[in-house]
Write a protein that binds this ligand. Sequence first.
Ligand SMILES: Cc1cc2nc3c(=O)[nH]c(=O)nc-3n(C[C@H](O)[C@H](O)[C@H](O)COP(=O)(O)OP(=O)(O)OC[C@H]3O[C@@H](n4cnc5c(N)ncnc54)[C@H](O)[C@@H]3O)c2cc1C
Length: 466
Amino acid sequence: MARIVFVGGGIVGVSAATMLANDGHDVTVLERDPTPPPPPDTAWDEWDRRGVNQFRQLHFFLARFRTVAEVELPGLTDAMVAAGALRMNPLAGIPDEITGGWRDGDERFEAVTARRPVGESVIAAFAAKTSGLTIRRGVGVAGLLTSVGPDGVVHVNGVRTESGGDITADLVVDSGGRRSSVPAWLREAGSPGPQEMIEDSGFVYYGRHFRSADGSIPPAFGGLLQHYGSVSVLTLPADNGTWGVGVITSSKDSALRGMLDVDCWERVVRSYPFVAHWIDAEPITDVKLMAKIEDRQRTYVVDGLPVATGIVPLGDAWACTNPSLGRGISLGIVHAAALRSLLREVPLDDARAVATRWGELTAEHAEPWFADTLAIDRHRLAEIEAVIAGRQYETDDRIWNLSNALANAVTKDADLLRRFLKVAMVLERNVDVLSSPGVAERAIALADPTPLPGPDRTELLALVAA
Ligand SMILES: Cc1cc2nc3c(=O)[nH]c(=O)nc-3n(C[C@H](O)[C@H](O)[C@H](O)COP(=O)(O)OP(=O)(O)OC[C@H]3O[C@@H](n4cnc5c(N)ncnc54)[C@H](O)[C@@H]3O)c2cc1C
């Protein structure tokens, strides 16, 4: 069995490390942030995680996270629930006239969700009990130990820590998140480095968390993510009677920057009748801003050739997008499960085969979702910018138009509702759902494009300026 070192112990890195240790590998996770994970009930207040900017931003663990975790990390979601995580099936809150009542298979939509620090502290505690897995916190990685193979390709033999120690490994996993330094280190070592696509996603988040007095969660009138012209609103149930409410806008929309002010933010949120009741509770944060969120993808196999061997990128270190669809952790755990398959399939002493096969598995399991998410984000941003400019957004992208029709038909057809939820919960891609016989036609026929109730752009600007 192999010696594997992870650069970064975030939510995806630690999940993957646990899977690999369970397969008998000798796994070490090096995490720069020194604070040991507090128990879940104090994690929100106490866990200092400077390495993860979005640590206290709104997070939701979609059903795909649960389904993968149940297979790959048995017992984890039960541990989350024991710590107060919410088991939530979106169908349960919708009247039977719309859902058509409970059907076999509806259990697949169940999510187990929590605020990020709470979920991550449970994952960390779960991992800490795994034999063969060592998590060293307060140990930053400063560089890679490399050599150059006979084929001229840089091979990674291990890592150098910030305190100067060397740790050798049969495989290094880059789980250092969106801002990972691994590509720069590879270039320093003489590799061309991964091919990188990077751009500002163009969105900005104004989010807050709340808590109810009795542990209940407000009823949902509409989906977790609702689009209102030039803004979108997130209402994300979480653990122990808490939830997050977030307003997403274009980062160019300077007219809405007043929403950093709590009173202004509340005025705006209260103006949306389907959302207003979510903030009639005790706030546990002021308005937290998250901007400069990049879309990024790093490709390690270019024209069939690995840019380096002995190293694989995982989770956000491989690719990340604007998070309004809440897919990052679900896609990360799918990617982690693919890594586990890789190491069952390909012997690590065939470094080139490992690198190439990882490129294939990533392309098969993760990349299509990344591409879908990017396409959705770009359309939505263009739509927001059209609203700001006083125009109607029009595109001939069939998938975007049909996806909107599907979203606008969910209250009219119980089957379409389930198809929509499959996409929302990352269980099936939109292109597959929409190509099922009859779905597109029914969605077009039933779509009700009436906008959700709320202020128009002029009224919104007046609310912010008030
Ligand atoms: C605003 C926002 C909201 C989001 N909401 C959701 C959501 O609702 N649902 C969802 O599924 N996803 C969401 N995401 C995405 C999700 O947060 C990420 O997909 C997830 O954190 C990726 O996990 P990771 O382990 O790959 O990386 P990270 O969680 O970023 O962890 C990387 C770790 O590597 C460590 N590290 C970095 N460099 C080094 C080094 N040199 N040495 C040692 N350690 C190092 C860091 O300290 C950090 O702990 C959101 C993201 C943002 C920005």
